[in-house]
Design a protein around this ligand. Structure first.
Ligand code: NAD
Length: 313
């Protein structure tokens, strides 16, 4: 099935599959750094935008992957990654057609179990696999300041670290296969639950007659301090750059928070972890996403909490 030996990871061509909100600017940064990138995305506008940034665009994932040393995926879901790898009844998967030893680098945010399954399938087919989900959002992707959470062997991590450094500024080796996704899911469970806690505190303060900037001033310098408060503050004013100051234009959408909390729920269930706060946060963000919050910044959940606390408004 293969086309011959895979070229060296450090210099070979990169097949970039998934040129969406995150993948598009990440691929553009690789091109800017002088790497050969052949991309594919079935959504024509995404493919065109990438082409405008110097990415060579192929007509299919298979065409993009032909002869690539690295096959990088930046997709929405684990099922999409696994389908590309394994193929379908009609179509060979990339694991079968890639040269032996190809590096399969998945930067999507997916279920930990799917990442481990992808790693097993890739290694069984004679390839290498790395899970490297990111945080930092579209702005981080554009500015090449993403954080990468990497699940890989020591040897593969050492090889891929310089490449990830072209798209990000913090590259953390979290452990073996699946550890990157595990770190991402745990971090975002903290984020979801802490944003809800910060929003509830502001609404409670408002009802107690305490001004937003007073609570901010106290909590930002006390034990309530956290990223949800001091960087992504859900009320306008105290942090001028936070989405609350532009009517909750994202930022990080309610839909993505809901998605990530569902990945946390799957991990909670598969490991038998007792996590009532994370579980409740998933339910609360589901409601937010289905009632207009899907495309708003996740901090916009404060408007729901305020509304429910003031039914007379
Ligand atoms: P997106 O929907 O904008 O991009 C995904 C792209 O994949 C789409 O353009 C789609 O057409 C393409 N695609 C689907 N099937 C494909 C295939 N078989 N081959 C090639 N391309 C295919 O999503 P995004 O916002 O770029 O997010 C990508 C991943 O990054 C997700 O897992 C998301 O959870 C994660 N993430 C997103 C953000 C963010 O702020 N957007 C932040 C951190 C992590």
């Amino acid at each position: 099935m293969s086309d011959g030996e895979a070229t060296e990871v450090t210099g070979g061509t990169i097949a970039f599959l998934g040129l969406g909100h995150m993948g598009g600017p990440m691929a553009a940064n690789l091109v800017k750094a002088g790497r050969d990138v052949v991309g594919f995305d079935p959504f024509p506008a995404a493919a065109e935008a990438a082409r405008a940034h110097g990415v060579e665009v192929a007509q299919s994932a298979e065409e993009a992957a032909k002869g690539a040393a690295i096959i990088l995926t930046m997709l929405q879901k684990g099922e999409q990654v696994l389908e590309l790898y394994r193929g379908t009844e009609e179509q060979w998967g990339l694991l079968a057609s890639a040269a032996p030893g190809t590096l399969f680098l998945d930067c999507s945010t997916i279920n930990v179990d799917d990442a481990r399954e992808a790693a097993e399938a890739a290694t069984a087919a004679g390839h290498r696999f790395i899970d490297a989900p990111v945080s930092g959002g579209v702005m981080g992707a554009e500015a090449a300041t993403l954080t990468f959470m990497v699940g890989a062997s020591d040897e593969d991590f050492a090889q891929v670290e310089p490449l990830l450094g072209l798209m990000g500024k913090r590259i953390v080796h979290c452990g073996d296969h699946g550890a990157g996704q595990a770190a991402k899911v745990c971090n975002n469970m903290i984020l979801g639950a802490s944003m809800i806690a910060v929003c509830e505190a502001f609404v409670l303060a408002e009802k107690l007659g305490l001004k937003d900037d007073v609570l901010f001033d106290v909590a930002a310098h006390a034990s309530g301090q956290c990223w949800a408060l001091t960087t992504n503050c859900p009320v306008p004013g105290p942090v001028p750059a936070s989405p609350a100051n532009r009517n909750y234009e994202p930022g990080f959408t309610g839909a993505l928070m809901s998605k990530d909390l569902h990945l946390a729920l799957q991990a909670i269930e598969s490991t038998g972890t007792i996590a009532p706060l994370g579980t409740l946060a998933a339910k609360i963000y589901d409601e937010f996403a289905t009632h207009g919050g899907a495309t708003r910044d996740f901090s916009g959940i404060i408007t729901d909490i305020r509304y429910r606390s003031n039914p007379q408004i």
